[in-house]
Each structure stands twice: as C-alpha cells, then as structure tokens.
Design a binder for this molecule. Sequence first.
Ligand code: FE
Ligand code: FE
Ligand code: FE
Length: 200
Amino acid sequence: MAKSAESKTSKSTPAKSRTTTKKSTANGKIKAKSNAAENLREFLVDGLKDLFWAEKHLSKALVKMEENATSPKLKDAINNHKSETDVQITRLEEVFAILDEKAKAEKCDAMEGLIKEGEGIMEETEAGAVCDAAIIAAAQKVEHYEIASYGTLIAYCQLLQEEDAMKILQQTLDEEKSCDSLLTDLAISEINLEAASEEK
Ligand code: FE
Ligand code: FE
Ligand code: FE
C-alpha cells in the first residue's frame, strides 16, 4: 500500500522547482535562473509557494500516516494535525492575497523527500508500536522542516514590515511547534517504551 502510494507521489509531481532545474557549472558554482529572486520580498514569495506545495502534499500524507498508526492517541494527534494543516493551506492563501500575489504551489523538494522517507519507514517497520515510533520520527522531521521554514518567512515579513502576513504565519508556526512537542510527549511517555519492549 505504501509502495503504490510512493510511486504515485513521485509520478504526480513534475520536476519544475528552482532547485532541481539549476545548472551547475564546472567549478560547482550554480547559475541563477532567469526568473531567480532578486530581493528578499521575491524570495519570501518563493518560500510561500514552496510551503503551499508542502502543506498540500502533507495533508494527503498525514491521512496515510494515520491509517498506518495503531495507537489511538497517535491516530488522534495525526488526525488533528491534518485538520490544522488544511487550515494552514487557507492561511497561506490569505498571505498570498495580503502580499498581492497569486497563490501558486511550487514543488518543495525537501517535503517530497520527507514524505517519501515516511512512506519507506512504514514499509520497513512491523505494524504496532515500532511502526508508531517510526511514524512519530518521520512526522517530527516534517514538523522541524516546517518550523524552520515558517520561522524564516516570519523573520522576512518582519523585516519587510508585512505585519498582517507575519501574524497569520505565526499562528501556523505555533501549531507546528505544539504538534512537534505533542509528538515528543507521546513518544517519550509511551510509544517508544512500548516499541522498546516489543518481542523479537
Ligand atoms: Fe503545516
Ligand atoms: Fe521546501
Ligand atoms: Fe505541520
């Protein structure tokens, strides 16, 4: 199941992101594309497009994670964050509107990789506590990526005096952080312990 989902993910995403299409020269220096960002505002918008793609794909990946989890508490946590993620997608649309930019998703190579790794991890662990621990590990890598990304964009908004956009992104950052700490609590208080005591 995870296998077919994996190939579906990789096929449905055309490689058109900035990073994958960059050409490096002989000395390793990367040549900027013709539409490369020239200022922080443009780079901020690029970051929003990247996160827009990331959140949309994550929303689907979280459904698979929930399906493969065993612990009711973990299922609840993932289901709740799936709902939050859907709201986060609409928040990004609001931010695009505030900045007078068209809401557009641009492939996030990192999230594609994190989702793929998460699917791989589910294939490589037996259902139950070990798989649950692995799902938490994969989910936390995702949350950390999001925390870093939103944190950076919030700093740019602050510099560019985009207060309204900043406040909206901050709401999402707070959710990502609390999801991350909830997963830590769940892992430490029970799931990792159960996985550790699993029979060979
Ligand atoms: Fe998110
Ligand atoms: Fe990205
Ligand atoms: Fe998240």
